[in-house]
Design a protein around this ligand. Sequence first.
Ligand code: TYD
Length: 218
Amino acid sequence: MTVGKFITFEGGEGAGKTTQAQLLCKSLETAGVETLLTREPGGTFGAEAIRNLVLEGTADRWSGMTELLLMYAARLDHVEKLIKPALSRGVWVISDRFADSSLAYQGYARGLGPERVQSLHNAVMDNFEPDLTILFDIDPILAQKRVETRGEDMSRFDSESINFHNSLRAAFLKISNENDHRFFNVDAASSRDGVQTRILFALSQKYPELAGKLGSSA
Ligand code: TYD
């Protein structure tokens, strides 16, 4: 049976993940790889409904644990109905965020503790994990400026204090260090082309069969 690869993009707000995920899909398609671009929370009809619940309203709408359970309810639907079926068809799935976001946001930055998040993960997902995770690392002050410049709607997460974003950044770097078999860190402060080049480099290191086929796309 052909099996696709599961690649996730992680990092704080305003790091440029979404644009780069689109660019990577184009590059893979050019190399003849069928891809599916998705996101979390969301990706399926049910999970998108949970996304609206979780992202709307004020920061204190949900307790940390409720938020975590909502994220995992959405994630299970996403994995069962979209991600695993696509992988088993040989499709490469690129997800803008996945379980490392729960560990970083709910486990570390919101203080639930990494062990509780990990045990929920194990209970719900067994040992399902991405084949490759690209971490977009950037100074939160710079990231915040980018979000403002883009004139985007500030979701309740974007209005968190700078301390929150600093602890989030440290959490992602720790998670990356502890899972270096699948993580590749990218300096998200560099130019769009620079970041794209690093991502394509990571892909051709991990999957030598793609080397030379992954031209960058505008
Ligand atoms: P989104 O607007 O998609 O942000 P971004 O473009 O930065 O990915 O909002 C998703 C928000 O949900 C983001 O603030 C991170 C948060 N989140 C969690 O707190 N836990 C999770 O498990 C996931 C997947 C996301």
